[in-house]
Design a protein around this ligand. Structure first.
Ligand code: ITT
Length: 212
């Protein structure tokens, strides 16, 4: 594997993924969609699971790249992730990016999350982040043996609280507590080493080291 395109329009995700890949897969040329010419494709996330949506995004971007003349052995990495809150029956889950509606900002989504906790009469609830990474080849050929798509999952247990702290990270991080700190108070390196995304990515890197 020499060329890998990160299929995400979320700049925070791309930064977290690129950093770990640069470190863990030094021979691989890692690009974001914004490094490629042409308007980025919009992929509808219609699946009901993180794995389903990760695969839809990876395959959708691979098809688009094929049309752009990308080499067949380039691989595409997509990330579908979100926060599942126990007191909300697992919401926002796969709807995390759009919890407060299409084009919602992180602040809008956090406001909706807090309103939902209040509506359920709780100040805090256990929850967890999930990240599923999907890897496919641009030509749809097999990655890792005979699999058309390889999936890697990571989970990170947190306590979701109405009180927020910190300005690092992104998304729901200011409300995601680990003992006495929030995820938004971790250094980027600390977040990468502990997070759902970091765990999924380490699974991928191990598999890459074992050979495509
Ligand atoms: P792409 O589909 O283009 O990758 P997206 O932001 O729409 O970007 P998702 O559909 O996977 O991606 O939704 C991810 C949302 O889940 C994200 O917008 C945050 O609200 C939340 N999320 C995921 N990982 C997170 C993290 O590490 N910290 C905080 N919130 C996170």
């Amino acid at each position: 594997m020499t060329r890998l395109v990160v299929a995400s329009g979320n700049a925070h995700k791309v930064a977290e993924l690129r950093f770990t890949l640069a470190d863990g897969a030094p021979g691989v040329d890692v690009l974001g969609l914004c490094d490629l010419p042409g308007p980025m494709p919009t992929i509808e996330e219609t699946a009901s699971t993180f794995a389903g949506n990760a695969r839809l995004k990876a395959e959708g971007v691979a098809a688009w790249l094929r049309g752009q003349g990308e080499p067949p052995d380039t691989v595409v990495l997509a990330d579908d992730s979100g926060l599942c809150v126990d007191a909300l029956g697992g919401a926002p889950g796969v709807h995390s990016a759009r919890f407060a509606g299409e084009d919602a900002s992180d602040a809008d989504n956090n406001r909706r999350l807090m309103a939902e906790l209040e509506r359920h009469g709780v100040h805090e609830s256990p929850g967890h982040y999930v990240c599923v990474l999907a890897l496919v080849r641009v030509d749809g050929g097999p990655v890792f043996g005979n699999q058309a798509a390889a999936l890697f999952e990571g989970r990170w247990d947190v306590m979701v609280r109405r009180i927020a702290r910190g300005d690092g990270g992104f998304g729901y991080d200011p409300h995601a507590w680990l003992d006495d700190r929030t995820v938004a108070e971790l250094s980027p390196a600390d977040k990468r080493s502990r997070s759902h995304r970091g765990r999924a990515l380490r699974g991928l890197l191990e598999r890459m080291r074992d050979g495509m």
